[in-house]
Design a protein around this ligand. Structure first.
Ligand SMILES: Cc1ncc(COP(=O)(O)O)c(C=O)c1O
Ligand SMILES: N[C@@H](CCOP(=O)(O)O)C(=O)O
Length: 463
């Protein structure tokens, strides 16, 4: 299995190389050269397997010979051992044809744990073999950062630096990042928004001298392995509702587009997905792009679903690469326009292709609160604001016989203020993190300045 860049100019890599490399050296994102097909009988055979067994069968073809079967199976077992729910990703029923895929039973209470716990294990296995050291620099709007810190804290051969937008993550999210005491972990509060954090991380990858000096690696969905891990729960949930004999639909609360792109990969592998619905909050660039054809950044507006406060949606580049028939030069041109002019127009052909796969919708702040309130009153389910954006957009979709599965991407307890405002109920943290607000915090305030950030990272990382 080989991996190519969405901009067509970077070296072709193996799975392990792509995982450790992060951003391609032409600024693009790695994707598999071909997507392996899973025949209907193999999809049907996933029914009744444990999450770990299904994960092995679904991901194995992407990994090539990087790990033996036994190594890869053991990595998967370790990755999901710390989840609170035996099913890992259970389904709850919200209505006659509407289901909620609960992705918040991992160690940091968000869907990011599914991928981060896996890549934590993959990185460790690979680094133990090579004896290399790496420096991870990640950008977060709240959940990726805590999941990454949880997966990599205390490792001797890894230093982790997480940039988060100062004052724009919830108190729980911030404390999950600032309370770990291990000296390989650094939480950096940046004066700016998530787009600034992500742009600085990509700038660091494009500074080859810095990148090579510190052994830079990515844990954002820049990293293909992050996307791959998220393909699994599309299969497990769809199969439990009758796939491959019955098609399904998914609505995905979307920001950086990694999660929903994983759904597209599942579809390309052969899972019968009728539609993938992009659900956005008021930062609705993806909804505007899909409905109007213009991808234009308007600046990030803080919302009650802060993890989706994103305008430069990194993985949309992977979707464009597919929509443009894998034309790396066309993608590079659009990404240059995004950087220099703040936007671009999607060609009619590409837009049509995107609309065949994706639909979209937007939920306002009031609609999000009303959805949390209504769902709690009618079903007892307490949604986080991101999941509520998904449920609202799913409810707005045209009728179909195919069941709708909405992804619940975080636990309500990560956003207690928004949930309390909507329901009057303050969701408690699980017992294992009940003392989160008693722990002392450690973070560094930083300017949105590439040179200053690189200096800080070089000074703090353990050589
Ligand atoms: C809770 C939550 N929901 C939804 C999203 C959006 O996911 P993606 O960036 O993969 O589109 C994020 C962040 O990425 C998140 O943290
Ligand atoms: N919402 C994310 C943003 C980063 O997304 P990623 O999938 O690229 O890591 C977060 O919580 O940080």
């Amino acid at each position: 299995m080989r991996y190519v860049s969405t901009r067509g100019q970077a070296p072709v890599l193996t799975f392990e190389e792509a995982m450790l490399t992060g951003l391609a050296r032409d600024g693009g994102l790695y994707v598999p050269e071909t997507v392996p097909h899973m025949p209907a009988r193999d999809i049907a055979a996933l029914a009744g397997l444990s999450y770990e067994e299904a994960a092995f069968r679904i991901m194995r073809p992407f990994v090539g010979d990087a790990f033996t079967d036994a190594e890869f199976a053991a990595i998967i077992e370790r990755a999901y051992a710390g989840f609170d729910h035996p099913a890992r990703a259970p389904l709850a029923q919200l209505g006659p044809n509407h289901f909620l895929l609960e992705l918040f039973h991992g160690p940091t209470l968000a869907f990011k744990d599914f991928a981060m716990q896996l890549i934590g294990q993959l990185f460790q296995a690979s680094l133990e073999r090579s004896g290399k050291r790496i420096t991870i620099v990640g950008a977060t709007s709240g959940d990726t950062g805590s999941a990454a810190i949880e997966a990599f804290r205390g490792l001797d051969n890894v230093d982790v630096f997480i940039l988060f937008p100062e004052g724009r993550v919830s108190d729980v999210q911030r404390r999950q990042m600032t309370t770990p005491s291990e000296d390989n972990v650094h939480a950096l509060a940046l004066k700016g928004d998530f787009d600034d954090c992500q742009a600085r991380v990509k700038d660091m990858f494009n500074d080859f001298a810095f990148r090579d000096r510190v052994g830079l690696s990515a844990v954002n969905s820049i990293n293909w392995a992050r996307v791959l891990a998220q393909v699994v729960y599309y299969f497990t949930s769809a199969v439990s509702l009758g796939a491959p004999h019955r098609p399904v639909r998914f609505t995905v609360p979307t920001g950086n587009f990694g999660d929903i792109f994983a759904g597209h990969i599942a579809q390309r592998m052969g899972l019968p997905i009728e539609k993938l619905v992009i659900a956005t909050n008021q930062n609705d660039i993806l909804h505007r792009a899909l409905t109007g054809g213009a991808y234009e950044t308007h600046g990030v507006t803080p919302s009650i679903s802060p993890s989706m406060d994103i305008q430069v949606s990194s993985n949309f580049e992977r979707a464009l690469f597919e929509a443009y028939g894998r034309d790396g030069a066309a993608v590079a041109q659009q990404m240059d326009a995004l950087k220099s002019q703040g936007g671009f127009t999607i060609s009619q052909g590409a837009l049509q292709g995107l609309r065949e796969t994706y639909a979209s919708g937007r939920a306002s702040e009031d609609e999000t609160r009303a959805t949390i309130r209504a769902l709690h009153a009618t079903t007892g389910e307490v949604l986080c604001p991101h999941s509520a954006v998904g449920v609202k957009v799913a409810q707005d979709q045209p009728d179909s016989a195919a069941p709708m599965i909405t992804l619940a991407t975080a636990h309500a307890a990560k956003f207690p203020d928004a949930v309390e405002e909507a329901t009057g109920l303050r969701p408690p943290l699980p017992a294992r993190m009940a003392d989160l607000f008693a722990r002392s915090e450690r973070m560094t305030g930083v300017e949105n300045d590439l040179a200053a950030l690189e200096t800080l990272i070089e000074e703090r990382r353990r050589a």
